[in-house]
Design a protein around this ligand. Structure first.
Ligand SMILES: *Cc1c(COP(=O)(O)O)cnc(C)c1O
Length: 356
């Protein structure tokens, strides 16, 4: 039986990436050592890291005046790193409160300075996003969460802003075409769309470097990390290597246009199955439904435990919704092929036939 892993993160990796990493695990390219054993300052590993960065730059067409940083600490550390680096004492940062991850970013930023919530989705239970934003002038930056992994809302078009736009893209980075030049800073924990847990990618415009408050830990200071080529201390070497393989794989798929079309097709199939039946329902505003994380319910809530149990028996893993939302959630990141979504939809139809 084929297993399909719909986990929200750490999530499935592309099978060709796992196969390649396995084949190279004990002896990387005839060196007689594993990437796991290499010095991060040695020629082999610096080559691996440089190549990964170059591939990411090609894929996302990262302009020359942006730095790519390979860090640790997850998106959660970035919730603090962003205000420490970009919010001067006495300044104000704008945040869009779009759901559970935005809330965490806001709470952390409030420890370091004044936060203005420029939009709050509470009225809708965080099932929609603003059509328009009117942030006040003078913000140090405006923070958005491009995809709410738990609530399943995703910005379709990010706002035009005067202040530098900062985006938590942990759960949708490289899942569709991306115009980096519109952002001051992008950050993403790797474990959803980029690779293994342990790596955090930051893409930051040069002019935003060098503004960190004096008390900022050195490893959290973007300038210090950029100057050290992300090798201020030991970086997450194996995670960088695997992310590099993922970037190669995305390039082989045809780049972000092709990846975006593939993801849109997967999402359309799954939402079609949900909407096309009175048996399933989606809580999310159709205009902003996520192509990455698809929460859904059964009209008859009492059948949900049976759905999850039978799905697991059919090899469809990790479909349980986040504890704060309930029901089901299918995470269908880049690595999930159309076939996996087809298997889920076939199971849904079959479950409805038996229980509907
Ligand atoms: C998973 C996730 C986070 C938290 O990431 P960590 O790497 O665990 O800190 C933050 N934001 C979003 C949107 C996420 O999906």
């Amino acid at each position: 039986m084929t297993t399909w892993n719909f986990a929200a993160g750490p999530a499935m990796l592309p099978p060709p990436v796992l196969e390649r990493a396995a084949a190279e695990l004990a002896d990387w390219h005839g060196t007689g050592v594993s990437v796991l054993e290499m010095s991060h300052r040695g020629r082999e590993f610096t080559g691996i890291a440089e190549r990964a960065e170059a591939r990411l730059r090609e894929l996302a067409a990262v302009p020359d005046d942006y730095r790519v940083l390979f860090l640790q600490g997850g998106a959660t550390l970035q919730f603090a790193a962003v205000p420490l680096n970009l919010l001067p004492p006495g300044g104000r940062a704008g945040y869009v409160h779009s759901g559970a991850w935005a809330k965490k970013a806001i709470e952390e930023a409030r420890r370091y300075g004044e936060v203005e919530v420029v939009w709050d989705g509470a009225d809708s239970g965080y099932t929609t996003l603003p059509r328009e934003l009117d942030p006040p002038p003078g913000l140090a930056y405006l923070h958005v969460t491009s995809n709410e992994t738990i609530g399943g809302v995703q910005w379709q078009e990010l706002p035009e802003t005067e202040a530098p736009l900062v985006a938590d893209m942990s759960s949708d980075v490289l899942s569709r075409p991306l115009d980096v030049s519109r952002f001051g800073l992008i950050y993403a924990g790797a474990q959803k769309n980029l690779g293994p847990a342990g790596l955090t990618v930051v893409i930051v415009r040069d002019e935003l470097l060098g503004r960190a408050r004096p008390e900022t830990p050195t490893a959290v200071d973007y300038r210090a990390q950029a100057d050290a080529g992300s090798m201020l201390n030991t970086p997450p070497t194996f995670a960088i290597y695997v992310a590099g393989l993922v970037f190669d794989w995305l390039a082989e798929l045809g780049g972000l246009e092709a990846v975006g079309a593939r993801n849109a097709g997967k999402a359309a199939l799954l939402y079609g199955a949900i909407d096309g039946s009175g048996f399933y329902e989606s809580p999310v505003d159709p205009a902003v439904r996520s192509a990455m994380n698809v929460p859904f319910r059964l009209a008859d809530r009492g059948l949900e435990p049976a759905f999850l149990a039978e799905a697991a028996d059919a090899g469809l893993r990790e479909l349980k919704g986040h504890r704060s939302v309930g029901g089901m959630r299918a995470s269908i990141y880049n690595a999930m092929p159309l076939e996996g979504v087809q298997a889920l939809v076939a199971f849904m139809r079959e479950f409805e036939r038996r229980h509907g």
